[in-house]
Design a protein around this ligand. Structure first.
Ligand code: GAR
Length: 184
């Protein structure tokens, strides 16, 4: 099976969705290792409880990325999936893994790159929000879009309410698109 290394910073619900999908024998990937920049990321406990090796990177961008690179190579990782990893990867890291890093972003890209996507979509009066899985390049949230899911924005929606609705769509989209990506 194709080996996926997941990078998280927090809750890790998208990582958990990838892990759950990978339990299906027909899934073309397995989650080989979960790494975080934050020792207290809640997702680490979930991964460990599922028997997946977990790793926390050290402080400092250069040291952290060198450790991620080493841990992914040591675990035979083919593809890196960012799942709520809230730091920008350096150009050097992206170049080393070029074409092999994907991310899930909570907007219908190219709309609303960066942060606070749901508040911005509501403030703009958009009828829909959503999520996108894309290839990671040096440009923030700018790589080729691999798949998207569209979610209605309802009257009176708060950013939190919209985020929750979009998150449910993320959990369906990411495993599906990752499976397509690794068998492309
Ligand atoms: C998700 O909504 C993901 O799309 C978003 O953070 C959340 C992480 O949740 N990612 C970004 O904003 C990336 N810039 P999770 O930790 O439960 O998967």
């Amino acid at each position: 099976k194709h080996r996926v290394g997941v990078l998280i910073s927090g809750r890790g619900s998208n990582m958990a969705a990838l892990v759950a999908a990978a339990r299906d024998p027909a899934c073309p990937y397995e989650v080989a290792v979960v790494a975080s920049d934050k020792a207290d990321a809640a997702g680490l406990a979930h991964a460990a409880a599922n028997g997946i090796p977990v790793f926390v990177g050290p402080p400092g961008k250069i040291a952290r990325e060198a450790s991620f690179d080493a841990i992914f190579r040591a675990n035979g990782v083919d593809t890196i999936a960012l799942a709520g990893y809230m730091r920008l990867l350096s150009d050097e890291f992206v170049a080393r893994w070029r074409g092999s890093i994907v991310n899930i972003h909570p907007s219908l890209l190219p709309a609303y790159k960066g942060l606070d996507t749901h508040a911005r979509a509501i403030a703009a009066g958009d009828a829909h929000g959503g999520c996108s899985v894309h290839v990671v390049t040096e440009e923030l949230d700018g790589g080729a879009v691999l798949g998207q899911a569209r979610v209605p924005i309802l009257p009176g929606d708060t950013p939190d309410a919209l985020a929750e609705r979009v998150l449910a769509a993320e959990h369906l989209l990411y495993p599906k698109v990752l499976a397509e990506f690794v068998t492309r």
